[in-house]
Design a protein. Structure first.
Length: 270
C-alpha cells in the first residue's frame, strides 16, 4: 500500500480512508452492489447502516435505488446513503428528489501521528482534582472491554437493548483494537477506541462525561490512543467528526489534522 502522504490526489486519499473505515467499524451485514457497499447493523450508527456510494453509479440491470431500498427492507433499517465527495455526481440531487432527507454533515480528517503527539505535548497542562488513571487493555477479549461497553452505553445514553448490537460491531473488528478509559479519582471521565490498520490508526467513539468537559481530556485521550497506534506501526491517524461539533473540529485542527473530504447521509424515513 502506498504511504498516505504520497497519495497526491485528495479524493484517492478519501477513498482509501473510507474503505478503511468500513473495516474499522464493520457492519454485521455487508453486500456489494457493483462498486458500492450495502451495510446493515440493526440500525446502530449511520456508518454501519448505509450504502457506501463510491465511484460511478452501478452498472446493473435493476435500478440501483430499488436494490438499495430492498436491502434496507430485508434488514429492517431505514434506507440510507453515505454521500461524499467520492460519490458520483448527481447522486445527492437524485436522493433529494426521491424524498431522502439530509442528515449528519461530517468531516473525514487525517493527520500525522507524530505531529499530533508533538502538539499535544506542547499544550499547557490542565489542573485536575483527583488522580488520573488510564486503561488501555492489550487484549481484544477482556473483562475490561465488557465493562468499557457498559460505560460507553451509559455515557452515550444508548438504550440497554442495543448493547448486544454494539458488542457485535466491536467484536467484528478484525484488526488489533483498544477500548480505552480514563478515570479521575476512580470515576469514568472519558472513553475512546482506536483500531490499528498497518500505517493507519482509526480513532473513534471519543466521549467525555458531561461533568468533565472543557478540561483537556479529549486531547489527553487522543494522545493515549495515538501512542497505542504508533506502537503498532501507525504513522497516520484518521477519524470522522460532525461538522457542527466545533470544539472537536478545533481540537483536531490544532493537533495537525486536516479535512480530507466531507460527507453526509441521505435517509428515507419508512
Amino acid at each position: 500500500m502506498m504511504p498516505f502522504e504520497q497519495i497526491t490526489d485528495r479524493l484517492e486519499r478519501a477513498r482509501l480512508l473510507e474503505q478503511l473505515t468500513i473495516e474499522a467499524w464493520p457492519p454485521t451485514v455487508l453486500e456489494s452492489l457493483a462498486g458500492w457497499k450495502l451495510r446493515a447493523a440493526n440500525g446502530v450508527s449511520r456508518r454501519a447502516n448505509s450504502v457506501w456510494a463510491v465511484g460511478p453509479f452501478p452498472g446493473v440491470e435493476k435500478d440501483w435505488l430499488a436494490q438499495a431500498e430492498a436491502f434496507a427492507a430485508r434488514h429492517g433499517i431505514d434506507p440510507c446513503f453515505y454521500v461524499s465527495e467520492t460519490s458520483p455526481t448527481g447522486l445527492d440531487e437524485q436522493l433529494s428528489l426521491a424524498g431522502y432527507t439530509l442528515s449528519e454533515l461530517c468531516y473525514l480528517m487525517a493527520g500525522s501521528a507524530a505531529l499530533a503527539l508533538e502538539r499535544i505535548a506542547a499544550r499547557p497542562a490542565v489542573e485536575q482534582s483527583g488522580e488520573i488513571t488510564i486503561s488501555l487493555p492489550r487484549s481484544n477479549q477482556t473483562p475490561e472491554n465488557e465493562e468499557w461497553l457498559q460505560q460507553f452505553m451509559t455515557l452515550k445514553n444508548v438504550p440497554a437493548e442495543r448493547s448486544a448490537i454494539y458488542a457485535s460491531i466491536f467484536d467484528g473488528i478484525q484488526a488489533d483494537k483498544c477500548f480505552a478509559s480514563l478515570r479521575i479519582g476512580g470515576e469514568v471521565a472519558a472513553l475512546g477506541t482506536v483500531v490499528s490498520q498497518g500505517n493507519f490508526g482509526y480513532i473513534s467513539n471519543l466521549t467525555v462525561a458531561p461533568n468533565y468537559r472543557r478540561r483537556g481530556l479529549a486531547a489527553r485521550m487522543t494522545a493515549e490512543l495515538a501512542r497505542w497506534a504508533v506502537e503498532r506501526g501507525a504513522a497516520e491517524l484518521y477519524l470522522q467528526v460532525l461538522q457542527n461539533n466545533a470544539a472537536a473540529v478545533a481540537l483536531y485542527q490544532a493537533l495537525g489534522f486536516e479535512v480530507v473530504a466531507r460527507h453526509h447521509y441521505r435517509v428515507l424515513r419508512v
